[in-house]
Design a protein around this ligand. Sequence first.
Ligand code: FA5
Length: 345
Amino acid sequence: MSNLLQELEQLYQDASAALDGCQTLEETEAWHAAYLGRKGAVTAIVRGVGQLPREERPAFGKRANEIKVTLEAALRGRQERVALAEMEQALSAEGIDVTLPGRPQQIGKLHPTTVALREIVDIFTQMGFEVFDAREVETDELNFELLNFPPGHPAREMQDSFYTDTEDVILRTHTSPGQIHAMRKYAPEPIRVILPGKCYRNEDVTARSEMMFYQVEGLVVGRNVTFSDLKGVLLNYANQMYGEGRKIRFRKSYFPFTEPSVEVDVDCILCGGEGCRVCKYTGWLEILGAGMVHPVVLRNGGYDPAEFSGFAFGMGIERQAMNKYSIDDIRYFYENDARFLERVG
Ligand code: FA5
């Protein structure tokens, strides 16, 4: 055997042993450069073939080729094993247990007040109402006096106010002062608006009452607006909000700013009027207060009651959501427990 061939065989043994010792992908790369790369030891020996007598060259060339192919295959095998070992090591070092069941992600949901509010706004805008924004901080004049609650009027006690440090400035107790803002903006043009927003009352918090809640007010003013227009609008609302075929009923009521005044109920959506826990066995759910705009209020808004008439209504949004989604306690709404959001939608 020529010296060169012996050297090649020795190199083959050394390279194989060195490869078995490679523990990382970086080491296998270095091994490749040391033996099989352009400047590697195997490559260098193979280049020396020219020193051999001509008749020995083919046998040397054949063996050199076999060794290169074998070493390349061994390198690939080693690299696969090293990569696998590196991954396993990384997984155990990072503490990932791929057999653990996945943790489901919580999907965000809209708050039930938002869902109900958007639905109500959609229903009324489809009937041609525009949304009118009014302020939450009001004067006593707008919140009460111009709505025909004179100072000292007993009806003020129905809506206990939160006062501010500024005299006569209060947090609005209802959305009705927005009626005056809207009328003063549009008079003497006809109006068809809804006014959604927050209201505040200094009340004991109970299952049905909060200190902060949302209302949507509705106001229509025109030359021939009648009580039957009010009934038509509210029946349409009840059918869309609570399902087709709903019945509504009007009960005589009192608000200083409407005459006549009514409270409106819808037949219980859960029992259809038979009587159940939700409707407290009455068969009816209260949905809102309404009436024909009082002539004093029309005048305060800038309309001549001899020429114009109007109707108004005001509903509590949480109470609509409570009816619709059978929520039995208003306190859930603003406790900030995310599980409550699962109740709707
Ligand atoms: C009013 O606030 C009148 N402004 C409604 C109105 C407007 C009548 C236009 C006629 C014409 P009332 O106090 O009844 O009325 O409140 C209306 C609705 O707001 C109630 O039916 C109820 O759904 C809701 N509401 C009232 N107080 C609270 C409270 N403390 N917590 C939650 N919702 C309330």
